[in-house]
Ligand binder design. Sequence first.
Ligand SMILES: [Zn+2]
Length: 233
Amino acid sequence: MNKLIILKIEMSYGAVKDYIYPAVLCDGETCVLADCGYVGSLPEIEKALRNNGLTPEAITHIILTHHDHDHVGAAAAFKRKYPNVLILTSAEEAPYISGTKKSLRLEQAEQLQQDLPEDRQAFGMAFCNLLRSVEPVEVDQVLREDELLPFCGGIQVLAAPGHTPGHISLYLKEFDTILSGDAMALEQGQPVLPNPQFALDIDKAKDSMQRLLSHPAQSVICYHGGLFEKLNY
Ligand SMILES: [Zn+2]
């Protein structure tokens, strides 16, 4: 029996408390975790898995939608503790995740730092340091646009660039559901672009979100915001 479980993990930054929603997809043999939390969140992920009747050891694949700190933050720690897990992402995101190229988000943050007003300097510096603390992890398999992974009822790779250049979303065939990653988020239940001011290509990001909304899938699980049922839209 194939299962789709949405994990809910608290993520606070400064005074702001929020949640992220990594998803887990299992068939009889394979268990996929889609995105892997922020830096230091491995215990939270382990706890959330156990609360849903799963063990971390059961996870066979981690698919990373892109290289942002809140999506890959715990992937290296996960793989160190559970070394059988395979890490998958797009060819374009892979070098930023494995550390062979410098994080584009860090480059952007360092660039912005130069123009921050005095009273924002400390905040900007803390964010840069957070990004520098992301541990690289080796990528085991790169995914092509439209590739169909043959497990868990079929997982199709959707190119969804803009937030980062190689960002992917995932279409879960059997569940007729999209995992958006950061191609789309929810605010008060409405679809929005997450942090549009930080999109590395805003036009592409808008196009990608539009494609997810016009995709015939009945629902979208947003990493920031959770479940969105298109019927109500
Ligand atoms: Zn994110």
